[in-house]
Design a protein around this ligand. Structure first.
Ligand code: ATP
Ligand code: MG
Length: 442
């Protein structure tokens, strides 16, 4: 059997190699991005804001594997959905033949984990997770093959209060992040019976007009007629406009639920638009569905989407339990923050430790550790060089203070301290170094 080591290193037909100035370099997989240190600072900041926000609503963190049995997504998301039909990274494990998939979304995994560990046994659960999702889509701005989501799920809650809570949560986050240009669209999909009746009527209706249907629509006629309503084909728009409406099937219970959600949002001055064409691309949704959309990102304008999925727990094999949740696309959110001109102060250290000579090096290393014990951020110079060149590096590092230790200092138990933004170098006893540094960086 061949192994990776048998592959010729130089395979220029491979998309992963790029010839650059005579060297062949390996490239990342298309649509999967590196997040470099500069940008990672924005991610870290966002993650801190998000964590505090989630905890302020009592949601607790759960972490699932990135890989799940393919059957989970087929069953949860639905066989005839864009995700399952053409976006999943599915493969057979070469070692044991298991059919596996890189998760394209988190809800199915989260529900699987909740059921596997019996978390709904005693009480409902408010949960959140974050991390990579994988979808084999055509990469473009705001659409990647590996992207990140924050997902929020409330399991075991049936009432409209939790639907409203999750929407209020989103509004609070946009406010915390300083985002203005995000609008809420909502719809109700009713319950399973209504959807079933609607489906039957759609099949009958479209069957009567088979000659107008395009290939995609004909293929979906029996498997997922609801998706025909999403078609952008101009030749089918008239037919679609006159198709039976789900709204006509939805029962009073579900309508009242949706009414209540709207009432609560009204009490909190959250404005929204009802969009009857909002159906969401995954099969598991029922009742309330919503999307937060911005005009600031061009075509990829949905930064957050979710809704109720009362049937999913049972579909995955649990005792029936109502649930509702949403997911935010982190790349799109951060792109929107950047469009809005968001900047962060560059992450910097407080102290750069400069040293020369063997004795001084040992002493400097101890001093650096001591400063870190005292909660300071410290860059310890590595790689030798003259005092002058080390001071240049100290300057470039953005540190507020350089601590300088030569053999002289090391022998006398003193250290020199140089404020980097002006001011004289002073020499102090090692035991008051932290105090001195703290005064200088204030
Ligand atoms: P879209 O209609 O843009 O394809 P979706 O309905 O497939 O989105 P969801 O499954 O609801 O998306 O995922 C929730 C959020 O995750 C989206 O609103 C979006 O912000 C983000 N998202 C989805 N797919 C991608 C992707 N390929 N790249 C980056 N972000 C994505
Ligand atoms: Mg999609």
């Amino acid at each position: 059997m061949g192994s990776v080591a048998d592959l010729p290193f130089s395979d220029l037909s491979s998309p992963f190699f790029k010839k650059e100035m005579g060297n062949e370099t390996l490239q990342a997989v298309r649509g999967m991005n590196d997040i470099l240190p500069e940008e990672a600072e924005l991610w870290l900041w966002f993650e801190e804001v998000a964590r505090e926000w989630l905890h302020s609503y009592g949601y607790r963190n759960i972490r699932m594997p990135l890989v799940e049995p393919t059957a989970l997504f087929k069953r949860a998301i639905g066989e005839v959905t864009d995700i399952v039909e053409k976006e999943m990274y599915s493969f057979s494990d070469a070692l044991n033949g298991d059919e596996l998939t890189l998760r394209p979304e988190g809800t199915a995994s989260c529900v699987r984990a909740v059921l596997q560990h019996n978390l709904l046994y005693n009480a409902p659960q408010r949960l959140y997770y974050s991390g990579q999702m994988f979808r084999h889509e055509r990469p473009q701005k705001g659409r990647y093959r590996q992207f990140h989501q924050y997902g929020v799920e409330a399991l075991g809650f049936a009432g409209p209060d939790i639907d409203a809570e999750q929407i209020l949560m989103c509004a609070r986050l946009w406010h915390k992040l300083g985002l203005h240009d995000v609008a809420l669209q909502m719809n109700t999909l009713g319950d399973a019976d209504a959807r079933h009746r609607h489906r039957t009527k759609l099949i009958a209706y479209f069957s009567k007009h088979q000659t107008i249907l395009d290939a995609d629509a004909s293929r979906r006629l029996h498997s997922n007629p609801l998706r025909i309503l999403d078609s952008k084909n101009p030749d089918m728009q008239e037919l679609i406009d006159a198709a039976p409406k789900l709204m006509d099937e939805i029962e009073d219970d579900a309508l009242q639920h949706f009414d209540e959600v709207q009432k609560i949002l009204g009490q909190h001055d959250i404005s929204f638009e009802i969009n009857p064409r909002l159906v969401r691309g995954l099969d598991y949704y029922n009742r309330t569905v919503f999307e937060w959309v911005t005009t600031g990102l061009g075509a990829q304008g949905t930064i957050c989407a979710g809704g109720r999925y009362d049937g999913l727990v049972e579909q995955i094999g649990g005792k029936p339990a109502p649930a509702t949740g949403f997911a935010m696309g982190v790349e799109r959110l951060l792109a929107l923050l950047q469009v809005d001109g968001m900047t962060l102060p560059k992450q910097q250290v407080d102290v750069y430790v400069v040293h020369q000579g063997e004795l001084a090096g040992r002493s400097a290393s101890r001093v650096a550790e001591q400063l870190r014990d005292d909660k300071l951020r410290v860059l310890f110079h590595c790689g030798g060089g003259s005092f002058k060149s080390q001071m240049k590096k100290a300057d470039a590092s953005g540190a507020s203070v350089a601590v300088v230790i030569g053999d002289d200092e090391a022998r006398t138990g003193k250290v020199s301290v140089k404020p980097m933004r002006g001011g004289e170098q002073i020499r102090v006893a090692a035991d008051i170094l932290t105090k001195t540094v703290n005064e200088l960086i204030k």
